[in-house]
Every structure is written in structure tokens, then in C-alpha cells.
Design a protein around this ligand. Sequence first.
Ligand code: APR
Length: 253
Amino acid sequence: MAILHKEIEDILTQIPTKIESVAIITGAGISQESGIPTFRGADGLWKQYKPEELATPYAFRKDPKLVWEWYEMRRQIIKKANPNPAHYTLVEMEEFFENFLLVTQNVDGLHEKAGSKNIIEIHGNIWRARCTNCNHKEFLNTPLQEIPPRCINCNSLMRPDVLWFGENYDVETLSIVQEFFQKVDLLFVIGSSGQVSVPVYLAKEAHLNGAIVIEINPDFSSYSHFADFILRYKAAESLPVLWKYLKEYLQKN
Ligand code: APR
């Protein structure tokens, strides 16, 4: 841990003393220390399936029950999970900076549970279901009364209100993120492999527009190619320390 402190001190010698606008991109890694398996980690498989085989419109058309069973398994894990120190640190950061945006790829709702407010869930929310026919949306608790669940309005199939592989991002949401990222001073990318390209593209754009990018991830990711600084640590052990130092640095200068 002494090395972590040294690495952070080193980063602080290289960043401006005035930071007005901060953005965060989080991925499954930030919730790993809350007990939620990542998608591409060792325990990311379910039965013999990879997420890419289940989180698709095709898989849902073929076998909605199987897809919902996978989501129910994940929903049960997530229900028991609590935010960890990394989630809570982001709440503190949001309170500190005037301009702050948290973009999460996670559907687990742990940022909200921790108390973050300015959140964009670009991949949706696992607790929300959406009717495949009339678009009715509803928060459904686990265990579900029937699998697959049906719409209370029109009795059609409900699907998880999340973004699947092969589906388009909401254009309006993306433009809000892009607008914010154009003027961001500091961007933290925490716990994402970068296997999904749109968030990587957003981060790259921010970087091209002058944002300093700091990655927190024990392993190499697609963000590592262009990150200005990398902390190869777990989020819950390193983000609170980084924030403690950064806050002191900004208050002092
Ligand atoms: N702290 C920080 N990072 C961690 C930790 C940890 N404790 N544990 C693991 N990681 C890192 C891994 O090294 C990996 O790079 O988190 C990353 C998790 O990567 P993925 O499982 O691919 O998750 P993510 O990047 O969020 O996936 C993106 O893909 O399946 C879709 O829609 C789904 O939102 C998801 C998207």
C-alpha cells in the first residue's frame, strides 16, 4: 500500500491545481468488491453461457425463460449486495465538485443505493422491466412471481430494461454525456474492461478534448492505451486513498 500512496503523490505532481469538472465511467469492476461477479472475470459464466450469448434480442426471442433465469440469478446476488467504499467515495466526490457526472455501465443500482445523484445508467437498470409490446416500464423485485414476467397492461412478455448486445444506445442520453465530456477536466475510468466500445469511444473523445484520464483497474483494459495515469489496484482499496490525497491537494492549492 505504501507504493499506492507514492504512485498517487506522483500523479498529483502532474495534474493542474484547478479542476472544475469531473466525470466518471464505471464498469462491473467497481461492484466486484461488493460481491457481484464481473462479466469477463473467472466467475462471469453462468451454466455454459457467456453474457454475450444471453444478453441479446436473439437469445430472448429464442428462449425468454432462459434469459430471465440468468437475470433472476444476477438479481438475487445484487439484492444481497451493498455499496463498497469505492461507491461511497464517488458520492463524496459528487458533493465536492460543482460539475460532476457519473456514467455507469452497471445495471446493479449500487451507485444510487450509495447516494450518488447525477448518474447516467447507459446500459439500463436490472430492477426495471419493459414490455416488449406497449413499452410499459415497471420495477420488479426478486423473486419474480412468474418467469418470464408478463405486462400488467397487455399481458405481453416483459424484458429486462437493459441494453443488450446489438441494440442501439439512446441517442439523447449519449449526447448529454458527449456534451459533458467535451469540457471535462478529469475523467476517472473505474473497473471496466473496455470490451464494449461506445464507453471507450466516449472516454477517448474526452481525452482528445483535453481531459486527463485516470484509470483504476487491476488489469489491462482498452482504456489503458490512452489513460494518462493508471492505478493497477482494486477500486475499493485505491479510490478512497486517491480521493483523500486529491481533495487535500485541491483544497491546499
Ligand atoms: N476493482 C476495479 N476493477 C476491477 C476489480 C476491482 N475490484 N475487479 C475486476 N476489475 C476489472 C477487471 O480487470 C475488468 O477489466 O473490472 C473489469 C470488468 O470488466 P467486464 O466484466 O468486461 O465489465 P464491464 O467493462 O463493465 O462490461 C461492459 O459489457 O456485458 C456487457 O453490458 C455489460 O455493462 C457491461 C459491459
